[in-house]
Design a binder for this molecule. Structure first.
Ligand SMILES: [Zn+2]
Length: 528
């Protein structure tokens, strides 16, 4: 994951250099990177730039202080309270009394000045705990009493990280050079497990690699804050491509006002999305649907369709102990795009056919199938996270070219129990997905039809409860026995061949059959 993230940093650094150096304005990213020099000067001059991209101009400006930026970081990254601080200098203990009375003694102010830091008029000192004070100014300083001395530490991005180096081997490029190991701002997706990591296994970076990784945040997208009460709500993702042009292109298109919150730049703006979601995969799924919808409206499907095959998406989710990441390859992104385009076009066609006064009020023409189906996959548990848990499980499979009929069946049974409606456009959604992903949809259609036909005969009779009998069947034999029994009660004969032919096993065949039945029993009008 580090290498993929690094690539985003390189892309951004090339952009910075093109912007600053006129003679390089027309070079390609590869050409610019060939002789890039990242020294202290460059870092000091540019360290705010990726932050502005990531957190938005309303939060950060060219003049924002490191203290302001660190406070913002703490909302989004897992920056531990005990960030390593650079010790600037030591003083005699005599100042302690002043500090306790919230006074910064002149002697200390002067010492700051000789060390190259100027405290502003508004600088104030507060006691944080025994033997520790904080000087809250535009730069943050911590004073600690230790062994009869007062040590002054800087709590800043530059002095804690890039400028606080010692000899060592860079974990990224492998060079032996000046490296630093305070990396919580550098690679925000790295879990801080310092306490259990042996010293030699800790990641440390040289200035060039460290600053490049740090710049990766310019193309990092997020939903939720790291400290959100429900960690599952947090997602972070970024794109990767071996081809810089493709990477730039996909980011350019994703960085639009409809996808992102303009006041909070790289935060995904879900307010306008047609379905609200809670967990990582379902949030990403809805986000990609909305992205494709946007591309389609802007006539960009063809351009981006070519690019997306060469791109992959890396998703990191959760925070604290619950944390995982997953990479979604270009061929999946490409198929998902085609799947979304197909259901959008079909939705628009269906929408046109609905009488004007009967058209849904909330959903737009493009949303009909997606929203109708996906929104109705939640169950009623009284807590949104719980309501969405099964849908999350179902969606996770959609990112792996899989249709999880068994989870889907669990959702539909649960919804039936709670008197929630059967998800409209069930068949449209599934058949289109299977078509685009090259799955055998024929057998699905046969079993689905069989279930639907049976369901039609059961509808309105006391045999409706038979779905529970089938649902509870614990083995293949029990499943077949229940079908034979149903057959006898309906005084009809069922052609069980499609079920026998279903190679993926009786459980999945049972799920498809049940879903078809439920669709007929409580699905309202046939929607195709
Ligand atoms: Zn390096």
């Amino acid at each position: 994951m580090l290498g993929e993230y690094y690539r985003n940093g390189e892309l951004f650094i090339a952009k910075l250099i093109r912007r600053r150096e006129e003679n390089k304005a027309f070079l390609t990213t590869d050409e610019v990177l060939k002789d890039v020099k990242i020294d202290d000067e460059f870092i000091k001059e540019n360290f705010r730039e990726p932050v502005i991209e990531f957190l938005g101009r309303s939060n950060v400006s060219e003049r924002s202080t490191e203290g302001v930026i660190i406070d913002l970081f703490r909302k989004y990254f897992e920056v531990s309270g005990n960030v390593k601080k650079k010790m600037l200098f030591s003083m005699d203990i005599e100042c302690e009394g002043d500090l306790n009375e919230s006074v910064i003694p002149e002697k200390l102010k002067n010492r700051f000045k000789t060390e190259g830091f100027t405290l502003s008029e508004g600088a104030a000192v507060t006691k944080r705990k025994e033997n520790e004070w904080v000087i809250g100014d535009k730069e943050r300083f911590v004073v600690r009493k230790k062994a009869g001395k007062l040590n002054i530490y800087a709590n800043t991005i530059l002095y804690a990280s890039f400028l606080n180096t010692k000899r060592g081997v860079c974990s990224y490029c492998g060079k032996e050079t000046e490296v630093f190991d305070h990396i919580s701002y550098i690679f925000p997706l790295y879990r801080k497990i310092d306490s259990i990591t042996p010293d030699e296994a800790k990641l440390r970076f040289c200035k060039k690699c460290g600053f490049t990784l740090y710049c990766g945040m310019a193309y990092l997208y997020k939903k939720g804050k790291s400290k959100a009460r429900k960690a599952e709500k947090n997602i972070r993702f970024f794109f990767y491509s071996h081809d810089f042009d493709a990477l730039e292109e996909i980011n350019k298109h994703f960085n639009n006002q409809e996808m992102l919150d303009v006041s909070n730049y790289n935060e995904i703006n879900t307010n306008r999305f047609c379905v609200s979601a809670f967990h990582p995969y379902e949030t990403l799924f809805v986000t990609l649907f909305e992205f494709v919808k946007y591309l389609k409206r802007k006539n960009l499907i063809k351009d981006v369709g070519e690019v997306i095959k060469n791109v992959k998406l890396i998703l990191a989710a959760g925070s604290g102990q619950i944390y995982s990441h997953r990479s979604i390859e270009g061929n999946i992104l490409d198929k998902l795009t085609r799947f979304f385009v197909t259901i959008i076009e079909e939705s628009e066609r269906i929408y046109k056919g609905i009488e004007r006064n009967k058209r849904p009020k909330k959903e737009g023409p493009a949303d009909l199938i997606f929203s109708g189906f996906f929104k109705n996959l939640t169950i009623n548990k009284g807590d949104f996270g719980e309501d969405c848990r099964l849908r999350e499980e179902f969606t996770r499979h959609l990112f792996s070219e899989g249709m999880d009929f068994i989870t889907l069946s669990a959702i539909l049974m649960e919804r039936k129990k709670n008197n929630q409606r059967f998800p409209p456009y069930y068949t449209n959604f599934i058949v289109t997905y299977m078509e685009v992903f090259g799955m055998d949809k024929e057998l699905f259609e046969r079993i689905n039809r069989l279930g639907y036909e049976l369901g039609k005969e059961m509808r309105g009779t006391n045999l409706e409860n038979f779905v529970w009998e089938i649902h509870r069947a614990r083995g293949a034999e029990q499943f077949y026995t229940s079908l034979v029994e149903l057959q006898a009660k309906l005084k009809t004969s069922i052609d069980l061949r499609p079920i026998n032919e279903y190679e993926k096993g009786w459980r999945e065949a049972k799920a498809i059959l049940l879903n078809g039945m439920l669709n007929a029993i409580y699905g309202g009008k046939r929607n195709e």
